[in-house]
Design a protein around this ligand. Structure first.
Ligand code: GLN
Length: 504
């Protein structure tokens, strides 16, 4: 039998529905792959002991003739920021080590209701703060293309798991790029949906006005299939949108079939390319624009002058919200409790717990955020950042008058070396220069592979952005672009990985 770990979720779905394969076969193949390669990659913090039983249950249901959704029986990896009642949920932090939540995040509940098979929980930067997964309290994840390099972050575990064929699908969360940037540097596809399009209930909060949960996959169609499962209104999330959503999978299928972009206005954002971007990234991006134009797209240049201030505004808004969200880790309600030597007051216990339980990046941001929100500085910092946020939203509004989708590289460089930026927080923050604006405006964004950089042979990613609630455009245009690039190169984008550092 062909290696089941090499198939896309859409292919697995077809074979499962035709009963050519069983979910137990598929799940076992992925568990074996995890056992074989995850010692090198460390994409997983926890591997589920229930996966095979869940798979067997799906097979029984199918055997009984139950009507099942398209992804029933397909395994999935889940970022450890999402609460799962049957597995620890640590958000990559010592302060939550071993904590098993009493409930599932809404997106996880939806996975179970659609009969996907959770494989385990994936590694991440602590509380999703970072761009390399090196801030995980449980050790870094390694990029499957080159084990000495970072897999992106904060969701490096989810991206590495799909890129290394340990899982066909994964869930991530994206506050400033944590789905799209890891996708870019591992050659995978990642989508940050419109803010409010996917429930945040049960997603351990980083910055609540920016966080969105979304798919991490190897193809655009797989992302669409997964988005169809996790999206939609949730009364438990006060920011959840009540919109009816079209089928993203249908849009992806049509886009890939037609391969036509006639009449689609594609806006190239001037500020999200150029100086500071790696040569190979810029070359691949230029090639992608040619491909889009040849398929009939109208390429227009758009300018978003306030994007220059996006990182600065983000690193005030995010720490401000994070400092407040992380106040609940107080040693009383859940997770770690450290009793100071010789006893002490409740405050002493809280201080000792937070001192021992949080890593340096988390402490840095809590201090920054507390300062930015303090009386006397609030207007100067937090207030100004919110004004910049409005200006960035207006830049997007103006750009979308002239373009149906916006486009940029998904990350300025290919994967950098482990350790390279760890001691330099500002250098780390700059990796999200292309992705942060979409979070500040609440609009959807997709990262997808655009080929290897000639100078280092590593994956590069392209980003598509659409107006709020127009996620469907990402899938039609993204699937068309993916198909066009594959036509040009004569192979699927992920199979450009002949040299995956882990055994094929
Ligand atoms: N790298 C960004 C940060 O450190 C984005 C994180 C995220 O999207 N969760 O904040």
């Amino acid at each position: 039998m062909a290696d089941l770990t090499r198939l896309t979720a859409a292919e697995l779905s077809q074979k499962l529905q035709a009963r050519e394969i069983s979910s137990v076969d598929v799940t076992r193949a992925h568990l074996d792959r995890i056992a074989a390669v995850d010692g090198d990659i460390h994409a997983f913090l926890h591997v589920s002991s229930a996966a095979l039983a869940t798979a067997a249950d799906v097979d029984t249901r199918r055997g009984d003739g139950e009507k099942l959704g398209p992804l029933a029986g397909v395994p999935i990896a889940i970022k450890d920021v999402l609460c799962t009642f049957d597995m620890p949920s640590t958000a990559g932090s010592k302060i939550l080590e071993g904590w098993v939540p009493p409930y599932d995040a809404t997106v996880v509940r939806k996975l179970r209701e659609a009969h996907l098979v959770p494989l385990g929980k994936t590694n991440m930067d602590e509380f999703a703060m970072g761009s390399s997964t090196e801030h995980s309290a449980f050790g870094p994840t390694h990029n499957p293309w080159d084990l000495d390099r970072i897999p992106g972050g904060s969701g490096g575990g989810s991206a590495a798991a799909v890129a290394a064929y340990e899982a066909p699908l994964a869930l991530g969360s994206d506050t400033g790029g944590s789905i799209r940037q890891p996708a870019a540097v591992t050659g995978s596809v990642g989508v940050k949906p419109t803010y409010g399009g996917v429930s945040r209930y049960g997603a351990i909060a980083l910055a609540s006005s920016l966080d969105q949960v979304g798919p991490v996959t190897r193809t655009v169609l797989d992302a669409a299939l997964l988005h169809d499962v996790i999206g939609g209104y949730d009364p438990r999330d006060s920011t959840s949108l009540k919109d009816p959503w079209p089928s993203f999978a249908d849009a992806a299928r049509t886009g890939a079939r037609d391969r036509s972009l006639k009449g689609v206005r594609v806006g190239v954002v001037k500020q999200l390319n150029g100086d500071g971007f790696q040569v190979g990234v810029r070359d691949r991006f230029a090639e992608s624009l040619e491909v889009l134009a040849a398929a009939g797209a109208e390429i227009v240049e758009v300018s978003a002058p306030n994007f220059e201030y996006a990182i600065a505004a983000y690193y005030l808004i995010l720490p401000a919200e994070a400092s407040s969200n992380l106040a609940k880790f107080d040693s009383v309600r859940f997770g770690l409790r450290v009793n100071p030597k010789g006893g002490g007051t409740v405050e002493d216990v809280m201080a000792a717990t937070r001192e021992a339980g949080f890593g340096p990046e988390v402490k840095r941001r809590i201090i920054l955020g507390t300062y930015a929100l303090s009386a006397g500085y609030y207007d100067a910092y937090y207030g100004s950042a919110q004004k910049v946020r409005t200006l960035i939203q207006r830049d997007f509004d103006a750009a979308f008058e002239r373009a149906d989708v916006l486009i940029s590289p998904a990350a300025p460089t290919t994967a950098f070396k482990l350790g390279e930026k760890l001691e330099d927080p500002l250098a780390m923050y700059l990796n999200d220069v292309t992705t942060i604006p979409a979070n500040l405006a609440g609009i959807p964004g997709m990262g997808l592979p655009m080929g290897l950089a000639p100078e280092d042979g590593l994956p590069t990613g392209i980003q598509l952005m659409a107006p709020a609630r127009a996620d469907v455009r990402l899938y039609s245009v993204g699937a068309a672009l993916e198909a066009l690039l594959e036509d040009r190169w004569g192979h699927t984008l992920i199979s450009q990985a002949p040299e995956l550092a882990v055994a094929r």
